[in-house]
Design a protein around this ligand. Structure first.
Ligand SMILES: [Zn+2]
Length: 304
């Protein structure tokens, strides 16, 4: 694109847009039925497509170029659906590999209990190599419960570290609390993976800023997601705290918004992805916005 065209395209964006931005943690579809009952037959992909498309178009118009879909396998991950949406809307939608142990392991398939960390890592590396429904997972998403880490959760983070070591993919881990974050970083580093390949998902649930600082200083990413009108004040405080400590360069933000709720009439309440642009970023210093929505996500997960 020539510079003049580029500037015209920029000018055409609505107020509050942030061109070229990345949402690191959102959802298009989630099914909380449990690993023993889940099937793609539980929803109509056409209906989900129709529900999700306008929400994605809204955020594309706000300058989003990539949305990372964080629904793990056995919780409704559907790469074929994401691919269709991506093509229809014109933004990258990334899917993931990994398994989710949070909520006391009800979303883990039986094999995850039997197999070793190494065997689980092999499965995820295979998904990365061959793709899932023709789509290559671009990050690892796992979930663990609170500290002290259950043996199954330790296995998941260990498998994620082994997978990351081989593929270079970044690990985003739904984490129960700050203690669980610290334990996971230990496992990651022990496996000779850089701490910067680890993202502490849901760091906003930890109320002790000293732990945010401690984990960030280990070189990881601290992700304050779940941004919504209800949580705005706390999220602003978290980001300001990190900036005050010189740790904005280790901070990620996102909304954990969406999604089509399988099993609810019409997919239930589908929260859009625009709030971070229209309301949250304007509450922060202007020169932080690009770092939070462009530089940091690209550094944490890759440029794509
Ligand atoms: Zn999520």
């Amino acid at each position: 694109m020539r510079r003049r065209e580029f500037l015209a395209a920029l000018a055409a964006l609505p107020a509050r847009a942030l061109a070229d931005s990345i949402l690191v943690h959102e959802h298009v579809l989630v099914d909380f039925i449990g690993a023993d009952k889940i099937t793609t037959g539980r929803y109509d992909a056409g209906e989900v497509f129709r529900a999700a498309k306008p929400k994605l178009e809204e955020v594309a118009a706000l300058g989003c170029r990539r949305l990372q879909e964080c629904t793990p396998n056995f919780l409704g991950r559907d790469p074929a659906l994401l691919k269709r949406l991506s093509e229809a809307v014109g933004i990258d939608i990334w899917t993931n590999t990994g398994l989710y142990g949070a909520r006391n392991h009800v979303f883990l398939p039986e094999y995850a209990k039997r197999e070793t960390a190494d065997q689980l890592a092999r499965r995820w590396i295979e998904e990365w190599r061959k793709g899932v429904d023709g789509v290559k997972p671009r990050f690892i998403k796992i979930g663990v419960n609170r500290a002290p880490l259950h043996e199954l959760d330790r296995k998941l983070i260990r498998a994620a570290a082994l997978c990351s070591r081989e593929t270079g993919l970044t690990i985003a881990s739904h984490t129960g609390d700050g203690g669980a974050a610290l334990e996971q970083v230990e496992v990651v580093v022990e496996a000779k993976v850089a701490a910067s390949r680890f993202v502490w998902v849901h760091a906003q649930s930890e109320k002790d800023h000293a732990i945010h600082e401690k984990v960030a200083r280990l070189g990881t990413w601290v992700e304050f997601d779940g941004i919504s009108p209800r949580s705005k004040e706390w999220h602003v405080e978290c980001v300001r705290f990190m900036a005050g400590k010189g740790l904005l360069s280790r901070t990620l933000i996102s909304q954990d918004a969406g999604w089509y709720h399988v099993g609810e009439p019409g997919g239930g309440n589908y929260r859009g992805y625009g709030y971070v642009y229209t309301d949250f970023l304007p509450a922060l210093e202007e020169n932080w916005r690009g770092q939070l929505m462009r530089e940091n996500p690209a550094q944490a997960f890759g440029k794509g």
